[in-house]
Ligand binder design. Sequence first.
Ligand SMILES: O=C(O)[C@H](O)COP(=O)(O)O
Length: 408
Amino acid sequence: MGDFHQNGIITTLHNLSGRSLREMEQELTEFSARRPMALILPSLFSELEGDALPHIVDELTLVPYLTEIIVGLDRADESQYRESLRFFSRLPQDHHVLWHDGPRLKALDEELQAQGVAPKELGKGRNVWYCMGYTLATNRVESVALHDCDILTYDRSLLARLIYPVANPRFNYEFCKGYYSRVADGKINGRVSRLLVTPLLRALKKILGDMEYLEYMDSFRYPLAGEFSFRRDVLTDILIPSDWGLEIGVLSEMYRNYSNNRLCQVDIADAYDHKHQTLSADDDSGGLSKMSIDISKALFRKLATRGVTFNLETFRSLKATYYRIALDFVETYNNDAVMNGLTLDIHSEEQAVELFAENIMKAGEAFLDRPMERPFIPSWSRVISAMPDVLERLSNAVDADHAEFSDG
Ligand SMILES: O=C(O)[C@H](O)COP(=O)(O)O
């Protein structure tokens, strides 16, 4: 149980009473008559064979209030798609698996490419974007939650707490971001969130002065959480980055499209653990290194759209300011760890900070080299105007895949 502090400029909904899941699920079931609900699960085939997803699906079989579950399946060949249909078939809710690598969805993607309105890069952003399109296509739900498929500490109260703020018809929220404490096995995790995002936002505030946008971004207790929920109308106009900038991009879009009192964050779990990626210090193409470059670029681009101008000098002093602030944070986290009897490896924390400082510079240089590069996938309303029957075709393709490849 935590405190009830309201930080920053968006509402925080806490876990103040440890209310029973049964009671919450009962209430959500009542809400579902007014606001039918869906869950989007962006997944890799490999996650079906991992430790987290089988348990997540066990838990989901017990959820009484969802109208549908939409799984976006990446990196699966035909036999793996068949296996996925079997894997998810125990879900009692209406469910659909989008086979992104299958011939039907690939053909549709090629047509969208030809019109210049398809995602340019593979990845989670693209996966989520197609799932959002499918949600619009089926047109059956009013509120949607989305969470990762690698959550090792999952229990279904996470979903109940995540969707509640956009499911309660008496609440007026359009968007809700989840947060939690990422402490597991005696360690404080969440390296990119703690050691890149927060110190970078603080450094930007120092260099650029008061900006409500930075204040807003800094209000989120876990800005990189892959868990968020929203009302259906958010789906039509949102511009999603296709790379690791997804989470930052979604928060920025919400800031642009809605006033702050329509947005909130919610405490969804006392503990959270997931699959950890390596730092990949010698190679920027993967791991937390790539993640830190994509996130920094996403922030710089968003600031540029708010009229901020950058040059090499700005990035140099940003890097230095960030570095100082981040090192202070390492000390802060270490003290927090010591007091709580947890461990923190100061050497690897500082290695991460050094890498992120280099990557802030790399992201800055990339931004200066290609300021007009747009990693955003067009909004669904633009895609619909380019191809008016796209939603129907998307949903027909998914249905045809199910019909052709499922056993039953
Ligand atoms: O949220 C984060 O900071 C990144 O996903 C990395 O998380 P980890 O340090 O828990 O692996």
